[in-house]
Design a protein around this ligand. Sequence first.
Ligand SMILES: [Fe+2]
Ligand SMILES: [Fe+2]
Length: 377
Amino acid sequence: MQAHGILVRARAPGSAMAPPPAPRRRPCRVSATAVRSRVTHSMPPEKAEVFRSLEGWASRSLLPLLKPVEGCWQPTDFLPDSSSEMFEHEVRELRARAAGLPDDYFVVLVGDMVTEEALPTYQTMINTLDGVRDETGASACPWAVWTRAWTAEENRHGDILGKYMYLSGRVDMRMVEKTVQYLIGSGMDPGTENNPYLGFVYTSFQERATAVSHGNTARLARAHGDDVLARACGTIAADEKRHETAYGRIVEQLLRLDPDGAVLAVADMMRKRITMPAHLMHDGRDMGLFDHFAAVAQRLGVYTARDYADIVEFLVKRWKLETLEAGLSGEGRRARDFVCGLPQRMRRASERAEDRANKDEPRKVKFSWIFDREVTL
Ligand SMILES: [Fe+2]
Ligand SMILES: [Fe+2]
């Protein structure tokens, strides 16, 4: 590994993953304690061969997980038809349904939508990965074909949520649009080091995290009486699940071909903690915006510290890490044991944090996304 030891920036504690490490009602203090060192190209060049050897497999087992465009849903399937005479009536119906959704729900929905809208950053990130990047922009290599089609599928997620919000009249769209612009300009720092081992562990986790989050916004929309939004969020969640399956399969292949390298990569990402893709979110006003959004998501049960532990546990089982033995060095065995014990340790820590948080006074924060109305963290 090439550790150049250059510090790139400080990150606020609590921004390390989608939920804060604990439900927080305390004032969010931004401090410069957590730093990520700049490590680049940490995969030894000879390991690029692993990805070349998997190209046939990727064509057979990965690309079929993409849906043909002709069979795909599109945002307009869930929205009023602007070419129809019924358009105004359908918009009024949409607004009547949206009126039943509380402000805190909209905060989480906007945060999810903003996260999806930073898609240029995610495609860029994947194309930083050595051995799998799209070398030309239209490469026929199966890794590149996957990445472009994955991006194209993902592109519908922010689109449907944004158009729905615009029509709902519940959201300050200009502030939301500014947040998207700031976020794309800021990028992200998941610590994947141009290393596809790390990159695909990250995407396996993140696709499941987004599936959980969109699944829960679907559940809450239904509970509040907005069945159309519930179907849209549920449909997004189904896409995320399909993508999770694909990325999970890649790591499975890495564990088969290079168990030591793969398990070390899993442990490395888990030690760093999985950063939420939108961790650099900003609206030009609230310096703690991401933490505040994550705290509301935690309180509503849309994405929580327990979900994080559940995802780690799911991946441990999905990749059969507990019984992984063959081909492991001593370091590999220690990495495996670290990852396998992680969900239990995280749950204990989150329970202690929940107990502490329950003793705190609930705190309210204004969100520009909903016209500066206050929401409880
Ligand atoms: Fe998505
Ligand atoms: Fe996704």
